[in-house]
Write a protein that binds this ligand. Structure first.
Ligand code: SF4
Ligand code: SF4
Ligand code: FES
Length: 364
């Protein structure tokens, strides 16, 4: 069998070889770090996702080896496949940096200032995006959009004002559950996530929409307002579940499990989908086999105070002084009279001062 020919693509001056059909975004993720464009709607595990939010825009400065003309407009990297010899600029392009700031401004135009009370705060992709690519102020002077409240049932809370219409939850419900009940209704400024008629979302796997939502539009009612994520300690655990993988992250504060989520990879995507029962009903340590602490990116606020794999700094003094402790370097008795055998500090009334050492405060 002949080996598949690979395409060479250069992104931010780093060249990599990928299979034909790979998108620029996936190629950039192979390089990793800042070269990978942010993605608010693309989700590698969901078919048809991407192409909605425009946060992943990149500049194609050379189309391919055969046709080296640059692409005139910035392109969505999650929807554009690589060509052999293609050259792409992400963070090295001023046009991209400028356009991304514009996209963030647009995403935030109607967004409420809910971060202090929003359950997603601390693990919100929109917060990260705004911090890394956004502008400090807004030029928007009109009243922000509001929506009629939709009740999605006992487990999931919808805050439509925070939704960025990425469609991930719609694809999740469509592809993971066998009874899809919600979608994007209306168009343009009125577009909203809703059930077709006032209905609960009660499929076995519907809880996964909470994990795929990049913002705090869909949150877990069993965890709502109970704690801030950075106070919780994530721990990997599994159980023998007949419905799902049973591989989860438990979020502890003290001995109490505050919430159960699926495990997420470095791109914030769910590794294995989990069922509603594991997510909402198993909130006791005895329900799980604990594996150990979940590794969290050091850049995340959640990693604060969680010292996993900590390496203590080497004691240089001890190493160079053949194991002698630093405090033994200087014998204080040589330079101070404080502990002179003839002065008993316990007999001094009040704090000691230099005169005490000149007095005849001697032991008998
Ligand atoms: S969704 Fe994110 S940006 Fe919006 S209020 Fe919640 S934490 Fe803040
Ligand atoms: S509710 Fe969340 S996942 Fe669904 S479209 Fe809105 S932002 Fe995306
Ligand atoms: S991630 Fe590419 S358009 Fe949203």
């Amino acid at each position: 069998m002949s080996e598949q020919q690979l395409f060479k693509v250069t992104i931010d001056n780093i060249t990599i070889e990928v299979a034909p059909g790979t998108t620029i975004l996936e190629a950039a993720r192979k390089i990793g770090g800042e070269v990978a464009p942010p993605a608010m709607c693309y989700y590698s595990k969901l078919k048809g996702s991407g192409g909605k939010c425009r946060t992943c825009l990149v500049e194609v400065s050379k189309g391919s080896e055969k046709d080296p003309r640059p692409m005139p407009k910035l392109v969505a990297s999650c929807r554009t496949t690589v060509m052999d010899g293609m050259e792409v600029k992400n963070i090295t392009s001023e046009r991209v940096v400028d356009a991304r700031a514009g996209v963030v401004e647009l995403l935030l135009i109607n967004h409420p200032l809910d971060c202090p009370v929003c359950d997603q705060a601390g693990e919100c992709h929109l917060q990260d995006l705004s911090y890394e690519h956004g502008n400090a102020g807004t030029r928007y002077e009109f009243q922000r959009r509001t929506f009629k409240k939709h009740d999605l049932g006992q487990y999931i809370q919808l805050h439509m004002t925070r939704c960025i219409l990425c469609y991930r939850c719609v694809f999740t419900a469509d592809q993971l559950t066998n009874k899809r009940e919600h979608g994007v209704l209306d168009r343009g400024d009125h577009a909203q996530i809703a059930t077709f008629i006032e209905k609960n979302l009660d499929n076995d796997f519907i809880g996964n929409v909470i994990d795929v939502c990049p913002v705090g539009a869909l949150t877990d009612k069993t965890f709502r307002f109970k704690n801030r994520v950075w106070f919780l300690k994530p721990v990997n655990a599994h159980c023998d579940c007949p419905k799902c993988s049973g591989k989860v992250t438990l979020w502890y504060r003290g001995e109490e499990v505050f919430r159960v989520t699926a495990r997420k990879d470095q791109w914030g995507e769910v590794e294995d989908w989990i069922c509603n029962e594991c997510r909402f009903d198993k909130k006791k340590t005895s329900d799980w086999v604990i594996e150990g602490p979940r590794e969290i990116s050091r850049q995340s606020v959640i990693s604060l105070n969680h010292y996993v794999g900590m390496q203590k700094p080497k004691e240089t003094f001890e190493a160079v002084m053949d194991g002698r402790k630093p405090r033994m370097f200087m014998d204080i008795h040589d330079v101070s009279e404080v502990n002179r055998p003839d002065v008993d500090l316990s007999l001094i009334d009040g704090p000691a001062h230099s005169d005490d050492f000149n007095k005849t405060n001697k032991k008998d």
